[in-house]
Design a protein around this ligand. Structure first.
Ligand code: DP6
Length: 327
């Protein structure tokens, strides 16, 4: 009754910001992302008949009380589905700083979902796993399938799932995550997006998204990197405009974030095809093709004082079981 899963974080090219249903985590819009090879969570879950309560441990740091409650909520959903009452021992490990806009909740809830169902020997389809991962954290559903992934918004829980648009080998893309601050973000995404509807920019954003999504899919189909990059930046700025015009406004960027965003345009003028995107934190994801990775690293290194660390990611598989357990 023990299983261990590996799940990647993902970077959204089309972002999820705002829920149509808080409890079920149904999004206001569909989103598209890439799974990240070097940023992942490994989680072991064991259901033990004589345990008095769930024991949840983060091996490389501490979980807050709230975070533990959220994990237990997901375990309850799994127990309910499997019709099992046992408590569980859970250990989890991340390869990257939690809470720094690097979506540890995505990899975390994807790994937890896959490990917990496997520990109870409940066999689910990828679609069903994505639906259960989504209930833990919306973006976690995109960490279940492989490679480049779309999360369909859906009207009901069962039809708000994620599927693979392309496998990791389809396009040799890179996400260079420039970590400028690895501390916890001040406002969590769950809290932050509750106020999305207070932004006067939200309705224009929702109206623009279907065309933007179609344009991004077309760029992916044709492997047109410039088109992909332009949409990614436009979309990032659009989501942050909504965040910044909510009540109360949310500013996730810091001065270094803005310096990097500003520099990226200059690097493009110098002939390096690279684009930025930023989630709910100050860290900047630089998206380029594999052939340009070295050039991007070189210009970044000339400004190394701007960043604490650079994590170079390729597209990766989604969540899967592994045979080495954490305990
Ligand atoms: C800005 O999936 O963390 O990274 O469903 O409340 O857990 P909850 O939110 P979460 O939100 C991610 C928001 C984002 C954009 C994105 O990844 O699409």
């Amino acid at each position: 009754m023990k299983a261990t899963a590996h799940a990647p974080a993902n970077i959204a090219f089309i972002k999820y910001w705002g829920k149509a249903d808080e409890a079920l985590r149904l999004p206001l819009n569909a989103s598209i992302s890439m799974n990240l090879s070097e940023m992942y969570t490994v989680t072991t879950v064991e259901f033990i008949p004589d345990l008095a309560h769930d024991e949840v441990r983060l091996l490389d740091g501490d979980f807050s009380k709230q975070e533990i409650e959220r994990v237990i909520k997901s375990l309850n959903v799994v127990r309910n589905k499997a019709n099992v009452k046992y408590f569980s021992r859970v250990a989890t490990q991340n390869t990257f700083p939690k809470g720094a806009g690097a979506a540890a909740s995505a990899s975390g809830f994807a790994a937890l979902t896959v490990a917990a169902f496997a520990a109870l020997e409940v066999k689910l389809t990828e679609k069903e796993l994505a639906v259960f991962a989504r209930m833990g954290s919306g973006s976690a559903c995109r960490s279940i399938p492989d490679g480049l992934v779309e999360w369909v918004d859906g009207q009901t829980s069962d039809d708000s799932y994620a599927y693979s648009l392309y496998p990791p080998s389809y396009w040799d893309l890179r996400d260079l995550l420039v970590v400028v601050d690895s501390g916890m973000k001040k406002v969590s995404t769950t809290e932050g997006m509750k106020a999305a509807r207070t932004s006067p920019m939200l309705s224009a954003r929702l109206a623009a998204l279907p065309a933007r999504i179609a344009y991004l899919k077309e760029a992916m189909k044709r492997k047109n990197f410039q088109q992909l990059g332009e949409i990614i930046e436009e979309e990032c700025l659009d989501m942050h405009r909504v965040m910044q015009t909510q009540t109360p406004p949310l500013f996730y960027w810091n001065d270094t974030t803005k310096k990097i965003m500003d520099a990226v345009g200059g690097w493009r003028k110098d002939g390096i095809p690279v684009y930025f995107t930023i989630d709910a934190g100050p860290n900047v994801h630089l998206i380029c093709e594999g052939k340009d990775e070295e050039k991007v690293m070189k210009v970044l290194q000339s400004r190394i004082w701007l960043c604490q660390k650079i994590i170079v990611n390729k597209p990766s598989d989604g969540a899967h079981l592994v045979s080495t357990h954490l305990f």
